[in-house]
Design a protein around this ligand. Structure first.
Ligand code: DGT
Ligand code: CA
Ligand code: CA
Ligand code: ZN
Length: 597
């Protein structure tokens, strides 16, 4: 069982307990362990084999250890099941509606037996909420808006890219084990295109020549249906199996002959709109394109089908990477040999945002450095939070200076990778940075970002970010729109104006690779590139495990047509430092300031 799955069960238990009116200490203990699992490097399933190690983890005592064993053994937790008999499972949805918390959800249940978002909307529209204790007309409106947001976000039935990716890898590894007849398992659909959320996973399974008879295909389908993490089978045809996994994710598996793999991969990768354009083009050339092959209109003679490259070439197009297949000009670019040469994971030379135990990270400077070195990086910046972010134990000037010293000292113990002293300095409500200039001047990398007052009016938010960009110490704006995928909408502001200012002042924009963020997103990255804004792809890691999220940032950047030359941290150390907004600039902008280095 994955940590994420166990964390979900514990978190739901905590939420149900809170709705049920349990005392705070009781449900918080479940929440704390759920948080812990989210950041744990090791699989708890492995840790739990050693009772002593399990109980050494913070927050896990005798009782909690027993609960974890129960979950590992049964795949569920009896207390959660018991509570779910008392309340409908959909009541957990209500907790994800912005402006509703457990107390209000409990009240809604008590008064109206309301346990899902549709009922909530109905009650709110009928004006029945405003008279409840602690509600009022204003919160009724807020709840209606929240319900709408929920339907676009958490209630959309989509999952984050990393969740789909991990589930897809696990299932693929299982299918490969079906035996000799399976040659390959490939993810298609939105997952292959690297979309930030995935509706369902599309897997293509090719059979070895000779092993692709109906009998063999049938055996593979039977094997797939025995996958332990299936909640239920949705469809089971001759060449297609659709299943719903325990995690709630749907997977469509298609079994096909190797000879038409290219045509099938092209078709099932999509996007639908890209396919429509390709089919139109094929028709204009006197051919027809479907999931089996590109063939002549008359006579049905096969023109191409084995590889995507073949098919694109016959259509007189350069090969189009999956991330670009969104029908936003890629076909025209392919026709005129104008496609970008997209950034690749292997181009990345360092990571410029991560946290350590100095603020809200789980690992030390040395541990982060060591893991990054193993990933093959030349440099990293350690960027803990500044004081305004109190929930994350942000650092004031004194602690920041001490942290710089610690990073310099840690360098001795971590050879082979350069440890840069950085900060993720908070952008305050008025746009000022959260630390004194003379403190900021001593840092190698200054990353600035918003963590509070996220609902300002667009004009005020634009001015706030503009002020941060105009501050001569700001080098990178991190997670610029603040969105949390499927959970929180982006800030509203004038993106074009912000990007123009970033270009003018030489401030880089981050593509935050943390899969909950992916911020800037693809469309904004493309806008940034068109303005010559420099891009940084950083993981915003809070543990060593998160450092490998870089992959999702790169996918997002590729969807934004980003090339190696656009990305600062695809450059060697000295060039990267030279590409950051210069420190000399700071001295010039503020003549009274003496640079500290
Ligand atoms: P998703 O699952 O909502 O994240 O997005 P996709 O793009 O994976 O969409 P999905 O799973 O419905 O279909 C996978 C691909 O299969 C899609 O990108 C294009 C292709 N496809 C599916 N149905 C149709 C169709 O009716 N017409 C065309 N042209 N292509 C289709
Ligand atoms: Ca799909
Ligand atoms: Ca599908
Ligand atoms: Zn942040």
């Amino acid at each position: 069982m994955e940590n994420r799955e166990i964390a979900r069960i514990l978190r739901e238990t905590a939420q149900l307990l809170e709705i049920d009116g349990a005392i705070i200490g009781r449900y918080r203990s479940y929440e704390k362990v759920a948080d812990l699992l989210g950041n744990l490097t090791d699989r708890i399933e492995d840790v739990a084999k050693d009772e002593k190690k399990l109980k050494e983890l913070p927050g896990i005592g005798e009782g909690m250890a027993e609960h974890i064993h129960e979950i590992l053994k049964t795949g569920d937790y009896s207390l959660r099941q018991k509570l779910l008999k008392k309340y409908p499972p959909t009541i957990l949805q209500l907790l994800e509606v912005p402006s509703l918390g457990p107390k209000r959800v409990a009240l809604l249940w008590k008064k109206f037996k309301c346990a899902n978002v549709e009922e909530l909307e109905k009650i709110a529209r009928e004006g029945k909420l405003r008279d409840l204790p602690g509600f009022g007309e204003k919160s009724e409106q807020a709840i209606l808006k929240g319900a709408e947001q929920f339907k676009n976000l958490a209630g959309s039935g989509r999952v984050q890219l990393n969740v789909a990716d991990e589930e897809s890898r696990k299932l693929s590894a299982y299918i490969i084990k079906a035996g000799q007849d399976v040659e390959s398992v490939t993810a298609a659909g939105s997952l292959r295109r690297g979309k930030e959320t995935v509706g369902d996973v599309d897997l293509l399974v090719t059979m070895r020549p000779g092993g692709d008879s109906q009998k063999h295909t049938h055996a593979v389908a039977e094997h797939i249906l025995k996958y332990p993490e299936i909640k239920r089978a949705l469809a089971h045809g001759e060449n297609k199996v659709s299943v719903l996994l325990e995690s709630g994710l749907q997977v469509d598996v298609r079994l096909l002959a190797k000879k038409s793999f290219g045509a099938a991969l092209l078709y099932f990768t999509g996007s639908k709109q890209h396919n429509v354009e390709l089919r139109g083009r094929a028709n204009d050339m006197g051919w027809t394109l479907n999931e089996y092959a590109l063939t002549t209109l008359k006579g049905g003679k096969v023109v191409a089908r084995e590889t995507e490259e073949d098919i694109y070439a016959k259509l007189k197009l350069d090969y189009i990477e999956p991330e670009l297949r969104e029908c936003t000009g890629e076909i025209e670019a392919a026709e005129h040999h104008k496609l970008p040469k997209l950034i690749e994971l292997g181009d990345i030379r360092g990571d410029l945002q991560m946290h350590t135990t100095a603020s809200d990270g789980r690992n030390s400077i040395e541990e982060m450095g060591e893991t990054a070195r193993k990933l093959g990086y030349e440099y990293i910046a350690l960027t803990d939070h500044s004081q305004a972010v109190t929930v994350a134990n942000g650092m004031d000037e004194r602690r920041t200076i001490a942290q710089i010293k610690k990073i310099r000292a840690a360098q001795e113990h971590v050879p082979g990778i350069r440890l840069l002293a950085g900060i993720e300095v908070d952008i305050k409500k008025n746009g000022a940075l959260d630390l004194h200039d003379d403190c900021l001047a001593q840092l190698d990398v200054v990353v600035a970002s918003v963590h509070s007052y996220m609902n300002l009016e667009p004009a005020e938010m634009t001015d706030r970010i503009l002020a941060a960009i105009e501050n001569p110490y700001t080098q990178i704006i991190a997670h610029p729109t603040g969105r949390l995928i499927l959970r929180r909408e982006p800030f509203e502001y004038d993106m074009e104006q912000i990007l123009d200012a970033a270009a003018k002042h030489g401030v880089a924009m981050e593509c935050n690779a943390f899969p909950d963020r992916l911020d800037l997103k693809d469309v904004h990255l493309r806008m940034a590139k068109q303005r010559g804004v420099k891009i940084v792809i950083s993981t915003d890691s809070h543990s060593t495990r998160h450092l490998s999220f870089m992959n999702y940032g790169v996918l997002t950047a590729r969807r934004g047509w980003i090339e190696k030359q656009d990305v600062i941290n695809a450059r060697p150390l000295e060039e990267m430092l030279a590409a950051l907004r210069p420190k000399s600039h700071q001295a010039k902008a503020k003549p009274a300031m003496r640079s500290a280095d």
